[in-house]
Structures are given as structure tokens and as C-alpha cells.
Design a protein around this ligand. Sequence first.
Ligand code: PLP
Length: 368
Amino acid sequence: MRNKQVLEEMTPYKPGKQIDEVKKEYGLSRIVKLASNENPYGHSEHVDTYLAQAAIGYHFYPDGYTSELRKTVAKKWNVSESQLLFGNGTDEIIQMISRAFLYPGVNTVMATPTFPQYKHGAQIEGAEVEEIPLINGAHDLDGILEAIDDKTNIVWLCSPNNPTGCVIPRDDFYAFMDKCPSDVLVVLDEAYFEYVSGDVQPNVLDYLDNYDNLIVLRTFSKVYGLAGLRVGYGIANEPLIRRLDVVRGPFNTSSLAQKAASVAIGDDRFVEQSVSRNHAVKQSFEQFLDSIDWHYFESHTNFLLISTPVSGERTFRHLLENGFIVRAGEGIGVPNTIRVTIGNEADMEQLKEILHQMHLKLEKGQSL
Ligand SMILES: *Cc1c(COP(=O)(O)O)cnc(C)c1O
């Protein structure tokens, strides 16, 4: 068979360990998963109430134009309905963008480490990938500008960046946009937008009209707590959306997901409570890390990237044996770190205790 040659050199996405798998392997009855930045408080109760009485005709294809959700999201962000593109998770929007803009002979510029799907999509399309190392966890915007040449079709910016949690300050972003050639598409991935305080990151959508080469990505998977239903969206000016819409599959988001997301976006109180609880728990966890002298990156999200005194893999395994699933930094391009999703109050207290014991053991020169 004659598939794309690059597929021979690539590997499928390796999912984090599943809860049931870990329970069995380690003989544990309870597992806390802090590996994928999901919302530990679940999702809005309104979603359950609505779905319990909703009559969704599953024998029909979904609304291919995502009409109801489109209206709700347009209203929420004060953009026009024609400025929105919905995907089966933001992951699918990333795929659509790659498919529409990348092909052999062109290149794409991004930070490293950053969200891995940008590179994955680019490689499949046969484009060259230029990776610019972060500086102290943050995007090197000057380095990215320098890397742009006349073959560059897309620049990916992730703010806050996964896996470090650092944001691109708004003024730096606008200065970047003004210097970036207007025929280069800039993708600004804001999967953690709701967690970032408005002082740090005012809403870029207010300035969208100025940039025809900008698309902003948001998702229902993180603070809205609907990761399992897969809905994300892109916001850009109409000519760009129209082109990307050609690439989109006709029924790419399910009826159930569309309904749940429409209800979830109306519950501001749930979002506010999740954000404020996350903030308090994160702050307390940071104080604890300070007390054992473990360093971490300044994060504007619901996760922390933490430097570990032994390898990230070793720390990961130790936590796994104690019932906590986190991400080892080795797998995401940052050796000797772990990325920990901020969980709920009780789980994070337990995690502190495990880390505290681990710290004491290492201090005494004992093995884990
Ligand atoms: C989680 C995440 C996404 C993907 O979200 P989905 O909508 O679930 O596909 C995109 N970008 C970043 C940076 C993320 O962390």
C-alpha cells in the first residue's frame, strides 16, 4: 500500500493511563486522575437537568450548522455567527487548520514544548516544523518572528501554554501581530482562557476585526467540564472561517454534545466557582511546594508544571503506586518535571501528604 511515508516514522497519540487499568495493576481501590487538566468539579448541573428531560432524536444526523450552539456562543462573545467554526474538540479544529494550510514545501512555526497536536498535524501534511524553545516557560516571540520566512503558512501560539501554564502578555501579543506578515495565519490557542484573570489577559476577541490572519481557539473540555463530549471552536473573521469550513466534515459534532455545550455556556456561576476554587487550591498547593523547595512554573491554568528532585518518570511511578495519575515531563518534552492537574480540595491535601513523605525520604537519602 502507498500511504504517506511520514506515517511510518510517527506514532499514534499515547493516552494517559485509564483509571480502571491502574486500579487493577496496583491493586488500588481508589484512583485520582490529575493527568489531562479536566475540571475536578465536573460540569454544570444544568447540563444533567437538561439532558434528563431532553428528547434528542438520535436516529437523526446532528444539525450540521450547529445552529443553537452557534447562536449561544456568538452572543456570549459578541461575535457574528459567521465568525465561528465548531469541531469535535479543539483537536479537530487543529486538524482542519493543518489540513487547509499545510502541505509539502511550506513550514509552520511553534514553540517547544507546547501542545503536541500542532506538530502532529503538520507532520502528517508533510510541512516542515520549526520549533522555537520557550524562555523560562514562556513563548520567545522574537525568536518566532525571526523564524518566519516566505514559506511559513502558520504560527501556533498557545496562551496559556500547555505544559508550562505561562501566558503571552497581551501587549506582547499585539506587538507580535503587528510585526507578523499578514499572509501568515496565527493560531492563538486559548484552551484555558476562562482560568486567566482579566488583568493578565483581556479578551482578544474585542480586537479580532483588526486581524484577518488570526484564529482564536477555545474549548468546552477544560473549565466547562465536557471533555468526554468533544466540543471546541475557533473564532476568526468570516473569509477565514469560510475556507476552513470546506475542510470540516458535515456532521462533525454530535447532537448530544451540541445540546450540552449550549446549556453549559449559560452557567457562568459554575465557571466562576470552578475558577475560584481552582485558584485557592492551586495557591495552597504552591505554598506547600515552596515549603519543600520544589520549583514550578507560574501557571495561569488548572495545572502546574513542577520540577522534581528525581526524574519525572520516577516521580510519576511513585505517585501512581499511591493512587495518583499525573503526567511525567519526559513524555511532554520537559525532563525532570511532572505536570499535575489541580484537583479538588480533599484530593490535593492527600497529594501534599504523599509528596511530603516522598520529600522526607529523599532528604534522608532513602530510596522511594
Ligand atoms: C486540552 C487542550 C486542547 C484540546 O481540547 P479539546 O477541545 O478537548 O480537543 C487544545 N489545546 C490545549 C492547549 C489544550 O490543553
